[in-house]
Design a protein around this ligand. Structure first.
Ligand code: C2E
Ligand code: CA
Ligand code: CA
Ligand code: CA
Length: 279
């Protein structure tokens, strides 16, 4: 029995080793992909619940691999976050997104806002605020059109650093959303200490509306709290008319999801904006 246990252990060890090797391989390929311009940004439209007006675009990165095709950020962002590779990727995303947004504005497209996802490790990097300054200067991006999405894990890591950096960036005109709201483990107390503008209710709370009454109660509670604290709310992952109707009844301001549109490459976004009267 003892030797069987050891065998299981060895099996387990080799499985862990295999996983670690795979992550290292992906990590190195990803670093090359960044260098070789194989990362691309898709953009998902964000709309007003009340009248469907286009109010913003969220940039979502993809890895376009010659052999494997398009790889989802859910697969490679967590690996990038294990090292400082996420700093370089995050910086590229910010630069590319702002460049594209400014080009669109110059071409006459009228989208009020661009949202960019920022990882905890990237946010807490000592040069993060400086990176943002550099990108704004290099692209001519209007800071008040830039929204940064951070998760509760950012705040959890280091509240003082978070408040300090957010305040500095907000002074420039940049706004902040708490992404995936409701999925973290942080207390709600931190919310009133942070200069947050918006909560993004996680898709997991939206997906079973109108069948899961407890999730619906959570959405309603978030909405009530947001209105007291003066945050706007965006609902993520809206896929059905009923979900949109539910959000309308509860006065949720914004939504995003497959019901309106999937994330699109830049050229398709232009056609989308034209159709939505944003051109
Ligand atoms: P997220 O920021 O919560 O982004 C929303 C995700 O939900 C996106 O997945 C989007 O395609 C997907 N989604 C939107 N509407 C719907 C819907 O109606 N139904 C369903 N089933 N899904 C919907 P995506 O693009 O695969 O991104 C996954 C995650 O990867 C993002 O979650 C974000 O955490 C991370 N990510 C993506 N781009 C970046 C980036 O540039 N930087 C960082 N740090 N993370 C990123
Ligand atoms: Ca996001
Ligand atoms: Ca989210
Ligand atoms: Ca999410």
């Amino acid at each position: 029995a003892k030797s069987a246990g050891r065998r299981v252990c060895r099996l387990f060890d080799s499985e862990m080793q295999r996983q670690a090797d795979r992550r290292l391989l992906i990590h190195n390929q990803l670093r090359n992909a960044l260098r070789n311009n194989e990362l691309v940004l898709y953009y998902q439209p964000q709309h007003m619940v009340s009248n469907d007006e286009l109010i913003g675009l969220e940039a979502l990165v993809r890895w376009q691999d010659g052999r494997r095709g398009i790889i989802s950020p859910a697969e490679f962002i967590p690996i990038a976050e294990e090292t400082d590779l996420i700093i370089d990727i995050g910086r590229w995303v910010l630069l590319e997104g702002c460049h594209q947004f400014v080009r669109w504005h110059e071409a006459g497209y009228q989208v009020p806002q661009l949202s960019i996802n920022v990882s905890a490790r990237q946010f807490h990097h000592p040069a993060f605020v400086e990176h943002v300054h550099e990108v704004l200067a290099e692209t001519g991006m209007e800071p008040s059109a830039l929204n940064l999405e951070i998760t509760e894990s950012v705040v959890l890591g280091n509240t003082e650093d978070t408040i300090h950096k957010m305040t500095e960036l907000k002074d420039l005109g940049i706004s902040f959303s708490i992404d995936d709201f409701g999925t973290g483990y942080s207390s709600l107390g931190y919310l009133k200490r942070l200069p947050v503008d918006e909560l993004k209710i996680d898709r997991s709370f939206i997906q079973d509306v109108p069948h899961d009454t407890s999730n619906m109660a959570i959405v309603e509670a978030v909405m009530a709290m947001a209105s007291h604290l003066n945050f706007t709310v965006t609902a993520e992952g809206v896929e059905t008319r009923q979900q949109l109707e539910f959000l309308r009844r509860h006065k949720c301001a914004f939504y995003q999801g497959y019901l309106a549109c999937k994330p699109l490459p830049a050229d398709a976004v232009e056609r989308y904006m034209t159709r939505h009267g944003s051109f």
